[in-house]
Design a protein around this ligand. Structure first.
Ligand code: GDP
Ligand code: GDP
Length: 450
């Protein structure tokens, strides 16, 4: 028997749309038991690591809108019996209505845990409704777009504490191909004169003019789509290059150039999946480079470093090793960020840079199965058990990957507020080392399990 999750909410908030998204192409059954609970559609839902039965209550109200609240109340109460958790859906675009508030009152008095779902939250039109919904007293809303499939990772995270580890365990990773077949969104950032424009022109072919700006890109950046042929495989791969430096040449430069490098990086981060920080071999790694690198990682983007002007580098191997060591020291957020020597002038290393960028995007988009993750987790706890502050052991139950791009993990347990930062680091480093997330920024959230 699968755990049951029930979708509740007033008409037109998107219950059926959410139901269909969770059930997908699997067949939905109609539960035609006589009595109050007629017309319940039940489907087998699959959401990342979780399988459950999902019950849709839409359609109850069709025949007699006049007596809606009374009928809905009977239906809702009947449906809640035996449910593991209820998804209470509101329409974030429409904002709260008196009926939403009434349903919230019933739900607050029921014993079934409730997850508040603010649907139709794609774009910005839902922001007001999301804020309003805190007033329902049902905790933080999950912002969702059932129609566009946004926020499903957050819904997954909110559902997880209501499932036992065994119920989430047999999930096998499914590669998210759509995220890997689109053009690689690549940005090149760095201090003035590092060679960004030269490198971009080298990639595109010297004579190619930069065009733009395109829709969706701010006036300060230019996006160029081009095709790169991987010389090793002859495969043609699509790259969308975000050029912030090209604009700089045209812009009237009134700010200090150094500050502009940071501003450019900020724009690039907004659009890019992978950000290349370009260094100048004749200058080495400076404090500001580390600042830009940290910013990229804090925003959760995949970062790589290229040392340009390799054709004129002095003492190249000492230089390379020195920069490697300084990066490992200066960037605690990742381990072994890809470091590649290039020359925009001669073209050396440019293909290597691009193939590393595609690889890095793959790691950044990767999902590890809950099973594999917990096999590692059990062994990590055994090797180094969590501490027992005040003689009471912190209990860590299980871990799951809730997000990709960048990878985000959720750890369930009790007394997690007492978990020392050093232990959290131990786990993060283990995930990096053992599960192949070395150069990618990862997040670990703690959730108290019931
Ligand atoms: P129900 O009555 O609660 O089952 O609502 P439906 O699922 O039938 O959806 C009602 C309407 O809202 C339909 O026109 C849907 O296309 C629309 N809708 C559902 N989800 C979303 C969403 O995430 N965003 C937007 N903009 N519209 C949605
Ligand atoms: P940007 O400000 O980062 O866009 O830098 P530019 O592309 O304008 O390059 C700054 C200077 O460095 C120019 O004089 C380039 O010719 C030079 N440069 C760029 N790449 C290389 C390279 O690989 N080797 C050498 N020797 N010089 C380079």
């Amino acid at each position: 028997m699968l755990p049951q999750v029930i979708i509740i909410g007033r008409p037109n908030v998107g219950k059926s749309t959410l139901f269909n998204r969770l059930v997908g192409k699997r067949l939905a059954l109609v539960d035609d038991q006589p009595g109050v609970t007629r017309d319940r559609r039940i489907g087998e839902a699959h959401l990342l690591g979780l399988d459950f039965a999902i019950v849709d209550t839409a359609g109850w109200e069709d025949d007699d809108p006049e007596s809606l609240p009374g009928r809905m109340r009977a239906q809702t109460e009947a449906a809640l019996v035996g449910a593991r958790v209820a998804l209470f859906v509101i329409d974030a675009r429409a904002g709260l209505t008196p009926l939403d508030e009434e349903i919230a009152r019933w739900l607050r008095s029921s014993k079934v845990p409730v997850i508040l779902v603010a649907n139709k939250a794609e774009g910005r039109a839902g922001e007001q409704g999301i804020l309003e919904s805190y007033a329902l007293g049902l905790g933080d809303p999950i912002a969702l777009s059932a129609e566009h499939g946004e926020g499903m990772g957050d819904l997954f995270e909110a559902l997880l504490p209501h499932f036992a580890r065994e119920e989430a365990d047999d999930y096998e990773a499914e590669p998210e191909w759509d995220e890997l077949t689109g053009p690689l969104k690549l940005a090149i950032v760095g201090r003035p004169n590092a060679g960004k424009s030269t490198l971009i022109n080298r990639m595109l072919g010297q004579d190619r003019l930069l065009t733009g700006p395109e829709a969706g890109i701010t006036r300060d950046s230019i996006a160029v789509d081009w095709e790169w042929t991987d010389p090793k495989t002859d495969e043609v791969r699509h790259v969308r290059l975000i050029d912030t430096a090209g604009m700089r040449k045209k812009a009237r430069v009134t700010e200090k150039l150094e500050r502009l490098a940071v501003a450019d990086a900020r724009h690039a981060i907004d659009f890019a999946e992978v950000v290349v920080l370009l260094l100048d071999a004749t200058q080495g790694l400076e404090h500001q480079d580390l600042k830009i690198a940290s910013m990229v990682l804090e925003e959760g983007r995949a970062l790589m470093i290229a040392i340009n002007k390799w054709d004129v580098a002095e003492g190249p191997s000492a230089l390379f090793n020195g920069i490697r060591a300084a990066l490992d020291d200066g960037l605690a957020q990742v381990r072994g960020v890809p470091l590649i020597a290039v020359s925009a002038r001669t073209g050396k290393g440019v293909d290597q840079l691009l193939s590393a960028a595609f690889e890095l995007r793959e790691a950044w988009s990767k999902r590890v199965s809950t099973g594999a993750l917990n096999r590692w987790f059990d062994q990590a706890l055994e090797a180094n058990p969590p501490p027992a502050p005040g003689g009471k052991r912190i209990k860590l139950r299980y871990i799951t990957q809730a997000k990709t791009r960048p990878p985000g993990f959720v750890l369930f347990g009790t007394r997690l507020d007492l978990l020392p930062e050093s232990y959290r680091r131990y786990l993060i480093n283990g995930i990096r080392r053992e599960l192949g997330f070395d150069a990618v920024p990862i997040r670990l959230n703690l959730r108290s399990a019931k």
